[in-house]
Design a protein around this ligand. Sequence first.
Ligand code: ZN
Length: 463
Amino acid sequence: MKLHFHGAARTVTGSLHIVETARGEIVLLDCGLFQGRRAEARERNTTLPIEPARVKAVLLSHAHIDHIGNLPTWAARGLRCPVYGTAATVDLAALLLRDSAHIQVLDALHINRKYRRGEESVVPLYQPEDAERAIALLRGSPYREWFDVLPGLRTRFSDAGHILGSASITLEERANGSAKRLAFTGDAGRPDSPILKDPEPFPAGADVVISECTYGDRDHPPQHELPEELRRILYRTVARGGRVIIPAFAVGRTQTLMYALRELHDAGKLPELPVYVDSPLATGATEVFTRHPECYDAAAMAALRQDGSIFALNGFTATRSTEESKALNDKREPCVIIAASGMCEAGRILHHLERGLGNPRNTILMVGFQAENTLGRRLADGLKTVRVFGQEQFVRAEVVALDGFSAHAGQSELAAYLERCRGNGPLFLVHGEEPRALAFKEFIQRRGFADVRIPGQGEEFKV
Ligand code: ZN
């Protein structure tokens, strides 16, 4: 088989790799949305490297939008094949694709109103009906079971421990009496992450391994200190009479936070304060989490048996309407507000930041990966002034970045994981900004991985 690298080559977004079988059939690994500067993103998301009708199957590693978010574009242009993921990935993908279409429509509307009076109008990248077309193609498959994607081509999902439903993908082709195997880590999680099982090794001995390297140049602080740090932040903010504002991805990070808060509460370590989850999408994702206990680790299963839910906590309020969201601004007492988006690029978090950044009593708690050129990155970097809704704002609130919440393996964790499922051929590094990919290449070569490559966009490799 042949492998073509398209998205997430020397960057962390737009995951898309194309596999061509010996018989010339096309299978996609992920179908992610490229996120970045508007014009470049538009170009990358609309220039499809291959005719969608030619694709025979799509395999999804997990439901993050940079791994699934361009499916509606492909579906609108003729993608008709099955799109496989684990059962939880399929449920999350349906939720996220609908949300993504909604965002595309709102975005276009916003630009046309604000900047394009009288000019040619911007059309959404895709529409809700395109998302529905893509959702109709989704097929759930269990973990750890081989299944046939096409005659002579089978695949297996291993738990990647990154987000609910996340998987590494092994693809095996039998042709001319021999078998060739390709393994793709998707996004690799961390051992001991809350709620999720640890990343499990995919079958070793693949002829080619494609690995992410988001945090290839650094290790995270140990996770067991996180609830304690969270507790300290909550107490000191409450003592100042402020609020803790947490920009968080609706899927994964929000549930991790809810779970950590419940643990602190159960241990009697949580100060009395209301917790608002100000994101209908996050609330929808939490419902999906409750439907998939097959993804839980032992501790989460124990919590489920004890409380009937892993998120049970008095004082949690999920806001639905915009009015409810706005009403949070009028509240005076200390509270926790969790809202999307995680990198502060859009969504309700912007309103909370607009009102909250200038107040030294507040804490802005950054708990996720912050890409370059995002408001989240500027806050995490400690800038004293930032722009919110186009207005210059002074940052007087305390800003804390807690890296340990990362859903991605750090440098040594990733290396240890790859050692457990070592392949026989080259290791390709994708899904990492170039300096991080280079750092990880050097690191893993010192551990005996002889053939490590960083593919560029459009590069090919014959397995
Ligand atoms: Zn991911």
